[in-house]
Design a protein. Structure first.
Length: 278
């Protein structure tokens, strides 16, 4: 696969679009992170990505992810080319099929994803400048065959190790990892459970977590302490850095750090974490 003109680096930051500003992007770059991932289903116009690129000098901006049911491929491709003309080599188009609970059209997501990739091919979006939200083996293989690689979300290092085996040695593997800069267990777990509650009700995440070694006791209610501690690790900067590096040790090329709580000022926590990762 074609190498990115501006590599993703080892550590990036994942942020929902509703909590994203150009100033935040500038801070991410200043702290030494090399990539900013925009979550929360950014639209096909890629307006948030453009604003973040405009506010930075070398930061790579990626979508994590554009939902294929809500963004027409031709419009997404036109936006890609607009960003490429303004900021060559600094944008990666991440796409995914979302959740069946949110869209009844997700009956055959793999077929729909192939068709979307076909449309991007026809519009000249290079395979090496796009990534795929991928959890299961078929989607991981598709990511390796037709894109730069995979961007799994809400997965432990055990899944990263397994995903690397599916992807092979050459495809990008860039999992997301939530972290909570809080040393009090009760406080941290309350934050983690508030965030995880929405995901445990989604079958694609729940199914993946079961395959990653979690049982019904872990997934019932708001999640067991074990599940919360592993999916939303908490502690001081050294503990959080260890949780992030565990994905690299398991075979990831790049880790997308999502600092929680997402509705707070997470820049100080990201700064401490980046120093610990250095």
């Amino acid at each position: 696969m074609t190498e990115l003109p501006h590599p993703l680096g080892a550590f990036g930051v994942w942020r929902r679009r509703d909590g994203l500003t150009p100033e935040f992007a500038s801070n991410v770059e200043r702290l030494g992170y090399t990539t900013l991932w925009i979550g929360g289903s950014p639209g096909a116009d890629l307006a948030e990505a453009e604003a973040c690129l405009d506010a930075t000098e070398s930061l790579v901006v990626a979508t994590g992810i554009v939902n294929i049911w809500r963004a027409a491929p031709r419009e997404a491709a036109a936006s890609f080319h607009r960003l490429e003309a303004r900021h060559p080599g600094r944008f990666v188009l991440g796409i995914g099929s979302g959740h069946s609970e949110a869209d009844p059209r997700r009956a055959k997501p793999l077929t729909a994803m192939r068709e979307y990739l076909d449309a991007l091919d026809a519009e000249g979006v290079p395979a090496g400048r796009r990534v795929l939200a991928a959890l299961g083996p078929k989607t991981l293989r598709l990511a390796a065959e037709r894109t730069l690689g995979a961007h799994p979300y809400l997965t432990p290092p055990r899944h990263t190790r397994w995903a690397r085996e599916i992807l092979g040695p050459n495809a990008l593997l860039a999992p997301e990892q939530m972290v909570i800069a809080e040393t009090d267990a009760a406080t941290a777990r309350a934050v983690g459970r508030r965030i995880l509650r929405r995901y445990l009700a989604l079958e694609n995440y729940a199914g993946t977590l079961r395959k990653s070694g979690y049982g019904d006791d872990d997934l019932s209610g708001d999640g067991s302490d074990r599940l919360v501690d592993e999916l939303t690790p908490w502690g001081d900067a050294a503990a959080l850095a260890a949780a992030v590096r565990a994905h690299l040790d398991a075979g990831a090329d790049h880790v997308c750090v999502q600092a929680l709580p997402a509705d707070g000022d997470v820049v100080p926590a990201l700064a401490e974490l980046r120093r610990a990762l250095a």
